[in-house]
Design a protein around this ligand. Structure first.
Ligand SMILES: NC(=O)c1ccc[n+]([C@@H]2O[C@H](COP(=O)([O-])OP(=O)(O)OC[C@H]3O[C@@H](n4cnc5c(N)ncnc54)[C@H](O)[C@@H]3O)[C@@H](O)[C@H]2O)c1
Length: 252
């Protein structure tokens, strides 16, 4: 019996900030399942290389700065021009600056909010306009366990990620009648270019691992199940939620 519940084949998917560790894993998982991927990233070359490496036809990559309204609008126009429609947006971009709140440069706080929060707002509403016109769509944001747990030195990152829970809920409410669902996935630490430099520090790595009840760090592949759930028919009636994929990190 073929089961279409989790089918994402033929879906057109924009991975915004998608050339990084988690964006790449998601794009590969969706391409393998027959989706068409548009990879957009600050690093245009990396976005194009990733798109060219994906299995199946029709994927493409281009430059995007989610902090800029015009760039987000242009990204949606580019996807519509190429694919004719936009079914799913993944907000995968992000930056992280760690440091005591007493000494963290104010610019680093602002940069975190601009890329991680304002960027998700601008990119999501640009996609939503097209999805509403088309009769529906899916918006899925990579939040973090830092959306809810507190760690010392995480003021900028946690503030930018906590805001995404509220943003997700408000957008979900605003677009509910338009058949556009808005959800977030909150991973625990996963080894990617973003976390690599911190995990090289033994104390950091030991502390991070010690906080995960299931006793291991995440892997990029761990978030694929939740992503497919939210992007497929299985997720038709799920909106406004943040699903933590974290080995129990947020339980205590
Ligand atoms: N890796 C982890 O441990 C982890 C855990 C929880 C949440 N997350 C979140 O998942 C998302 C992806 O993380 P990752 O580990 O793949 O990081 P990564 O550093 O590998 O990738 C992030 C990507 O975002 C892009 N980017 C940054 N600023 C941008 C901008 N203004 N416009 C467009 N693109 C921009 C970068 O060029 C990069 O390709 C981030 O939002 C991150 O906060 C990561």
């Amino acid at each position: 019996m073929s089961d279409s519940l989790f089918d994402v084949s033929g879906r057109t998917v924009l991975f915004a900030g998608g050339a990084g560790g988690l964006g790449s894993a998601l794009a590969l998982a969706f391409a393998k399942r027959g989706a068409r991927a548009a990879i957009a990233d600050m690093d245009e070359g990396k976005a194009k290389r990733l798109a060219a490496s994906l299995p199946g036809p029709g994927h493409f990559g281009f430059g995007l700065d989610v902090r800029r309204d015009e760039s987000c609008k242009q990204a949606v126009a580019t996807v519509l021009g190429q694919f004719g429609r936009l079914d799913v947006l993944f907000n995968c971009g992000g930056v992280i600056f760690l440091g005591s709140s007493l000494t963290l440069p104010a610019e680093q706080f602002e940069q975190s909010m601009a890329a991680n929060t304002t960027g998700v707002f601008l990119m999501s509403r640009a996609a939503a306009r097209a999805m509403i016109d088309a009769g529906g769509g899916r918006i899925i944001t990579l939040a973090s366990v830092s959306s809810t747990v507190a760690n010392p030195n995480y003021a900028a990152y946690a503030a930018s990620k906590s805001a995404l829970i509220g943003l997700t809920r408000v957008l979900a409410l605003e677009y509910a009648r338009n058949n556009v669902t808005v959800n977030a996935i909150g991973p625990a630490v996963i080894r990617t270019p973003m976390s690599e430099k911190f995990l090289e520090d033994e104390t950091y790595a030991r502390t991070a691992l010690g906080k995960i009840p299931m006793g291991r760090l995440g892997q990029p592949e761990d978030i694929i199940g939740a992503a497919i759930l939210l992007a497929s028919a299985a997720g038709d009636f799920i909106t406004g939620q943040t699903i933590y994929v974290d080995g129990g990190r947020t339980l205590s």
